[in-house]
Design a protein around this ligand. Structure first.
Ligand code: 13P
Ligand code: SF4
Length: 304
């Protein structure tokens, strides 16, 4: 059944000139039909160069909006219209404009997990894999980092030469992981390395052997000589790694490390995006798009 669906999707995407992009948090079966999979940064860079006229973004809304901003002439479809990132909605533009008045000489650095509206008040966007590099490269010595306090804290620790102001947003899935869960997992798997996403708290990250993006974690585990790993990010990464490295063992930090929004997209959703009966076409007001794409373009220019 899964194979049948995948074959239909693969046939139809060629016939209809569709490119499928999938974030690393998609299920293995969705990643298998994608033309390209990766972390948020890799997907943003890829979005600029895909040759097809239509792009189906399997992920959450801000990712599909990013594709549309970078490729305005393409038809961009979000795989499941209900898939949003709760963090992206935590602050609205008006609040950030008020905060900016308090810190007029601070550059606004926005995690890409933000709405298009919020991006219009940002000087530059960052992703988990590019944030340190971009904050280092930025002209400004003062950085107002929005909205993720955990990623902000991590970046601040890596860029001590700059002054940071942080807001108290964050990912509900990653932020709820606790130090005691890491200690318990390490006690059960004493030989395992602990790999973690910087959206987790400082206390959790302090116990990590590696801190990085979804792709960073997968690359690290694949290249490592070690055989066991505790994975401190969304549990789909545990599944992907187990396929990629069948001789190694991967343990989720917690069975609660699940992003329900990322879990919404099914193979049927992907099929319906391609046959024109499902998904949601992303439509952005042109003024909004032009303003919101600027910090993303700057991210790509500084991120390389
Ligand atoms: P990456 O940039 O590591 O892909 O992370 C995206 C995300 O939403 C993590 O929760
Ligand atoms: Fe947003 Fe967290 Fe889900 Fe990533 S894991 S999409 S940050 S809610």
């Amino acid at each position: 059944m899964v194979k049948d669906l995948q074959e239909r999707i693969n046939r139809l995407k060629k016939e209809n000139d569709v490119c499928i992009l999938a974030h690393s948090y998609m299920s293995e079966e969705v990643c298998e039909v994608a033309d390209f999979t990766g972390d948020s940064y890799a997907l943003a860079v890829k979005a600029k160069s895909v040759p097809q006229k239509t792009v189906v973004m399997c992920g959450v809304r801000f990712m599909a909006e990013t594709v549309k901003m970078l490729s305005p002439d393409k038809k961009v479809i979000l795989s499941n219209p209900d898939a949003g990132c709760p963090m992206a909605e935590q602050f609205d533009k008006e609040i950030i404009e008020e905060v900016k008045k308090l810190y007029p000489d601070y550059a606004v650095v926005a995690y890409i997990n933000t709405t298009a509206q919020l991006k219009t008040v940002a000087d530059v966007c960052v992703t988990s894999s590019s944030a340190v590099k971009i904050c280092k490269a930025l002209d400004s010595k003062n950085i107002l980092f929005i909205p993720d306090i955990n990623l902000g804290n991590y970046v601040e620790s890596q860029v001590p030469e700059k002054n940071f102001k942080l807001l108290s947003g964050g990912c509900p899935t990653h932020a709820k992981m606790e130090k005691r869960e890491v200690l318990a997992a390490k006690a059960v798997h004493p030989d395992a390395l602990f790999l973690v996403h910087p959206e987790c708290t400082g206390e959790v990250c302090a116990l990590a052997d590696y801190i990085g993006s979804t792709s960073g974690i997968m690359d690290f585990a694949e290249k490592s000589d070690k055989k066991e790993f505790i994975i401190g990010t969304e549990n789909s990464i545990v599944e992907h790694l187990q396929y990629r490295c069948p001789d190694k063992k991967f343990y989720p930090l917690s069975k609660d490390l699940v992003c329900h929004n990322m879990k919404l997209t099914t193979l049927h959703d992907v099929l319906h995006c391609i046959d024109g009966t499902g998904g949601e076409e992303i439509i952005l007001d042109e003024e909004l798009r032009k303003a919101a794409v600027k910090p993303i373009e700057k991210m790509i220019a500084l991120g390389g």
